[in-house]
Ligand binder design. Sequence first.
Ligand SMILES: *Cc1c(COP(=O)(O)O)cnc(C)c1O
Length: 471
Amino acid sequence: MKYYDKLIFELSKPGRTGYSLPENEYGRCLCCELPEGLKRAQAPELPEVSEIDVVRHYTNLSQMNFGVDTGFYPLGSCTMKYNPKINEEIAAIPGFNGLHPLQPASTVPGALAVYEGMDKALAAITGMAHFTFLPCAGAHGELTGLMIMRQYHMSRGDLARTKVIVPDSAHGTNPASAAVCGLEIVEVKSNANGLVDVEDLKPLLGPEIAGIMMTNPNTLGLFEKEIKEIAALVHECGGLLYYDGANMNPLLGVVRPGDMGFDIMHLNLHKTFSTPHGGGGPGSGPVGVAQHLAKFLPETRVSGFNGNFGVILRAYAYILALGRQNIKFAGKFATLSANYIKECLKDKYKLPIPSICKHEFVYDGLINDGADKAEDGHGATTLDVAKRLLDFGFHAPTIYFPLLFHQALMIEPTETESKETIDEFIGVMRRIADEAAADPMILRNAPHNTPIRRPDETTAARQPILKYGDQ
Ligand SMILES: *Cc1c(COP(=O)(O)O)cnc(C)c1O
């Protein structure tokens, strides 16, 4: 263990401090002047350390972490694209940065112009009429959108519509949001090509259906080619179509959900529109609706004030920087990168659905050509592949999702990686497949050179050590 791997509490020395405050003219420091009633009874249990201890502590912690700024991050369904630094500069402009949410609207015309500009830009990109910027995440947008859907049916006195159709390939948040909204979930199956099975859908439609939730391209990265027919069928039965726009990246500037027939949708600004995400930080999931639903857009109560303004601002800077002409290249290059990787590795990894993908695709583990060895991929699983990737400085892809395959390995490279980086990733993935064939123990014991090796995932989830001294 390096000396700086110690916890900050272990570095603590009584009396050591990183600051010194001047005394006032009476020889007392400012905190002594607090009224007795306001002082805490006991001193807080804070580590006593010098400034350099603090700097090293946080700098070293930051280096144990992994982010888009440190390496390739092909996490499927998450769109971990690069977050251009110009967005950060714009968000740091004092006129934006220093706003208070309770300021009168007349004093914040610039911020209002950002909301207005975003509303127009997103309407142009998606084919929706208007957006609300209150929701602070994708799932939050789903819930908001479903409440709009329910409100629409209720406003027409159509109270029987309590069920929502969700494909078996859907992101887990879809059925979860529907359940939170009080709707019953009806699952529609995928066909052998990984697309919604229209024949399976037809008998599900009827007077109890509030609508369908779809993402297109779906979570397998495949474009739902029959979306027009699906939209007609759902509308015919009186339902609405909800578009989970977290997967909008490959369609940017190319295809619009509004033109596919969707009535309500959300976007994940923290994915498609390049604002930082991960670790549960601030996000933004604006919800857009077609004109006939505009009156159901919420004005308050979905979240505090006007959503996460800083995130919305970063996304606006991104959209304006790319502009109408260039935004379509984002999706096209994201699609090209994904298909390139998919084709380059399909002799080493099982590709259950071989068709052209959009921004992401799914392998079903290693190809098992060593039948005399263990059942799956020479005894090495998708988890082992993911762990071994860490040794080479790559973030792991999404694993064991979607649930349609047992060894799912879902890769989304995004448009912001160079061909060189992508080729390096392909090279490492090939090497890992070869290691699995030659000596699977290399994978089973990976990672070998990360700060933390392989924790017991069950214990880590069931008995997490969440505070100092728990161990
Ligand atoms: C990421 C994602 C979501 C959820 O978004 P959050 O911001 O994490 O709540 C929903 N659907 C799909 C398809 C996603 O990829």
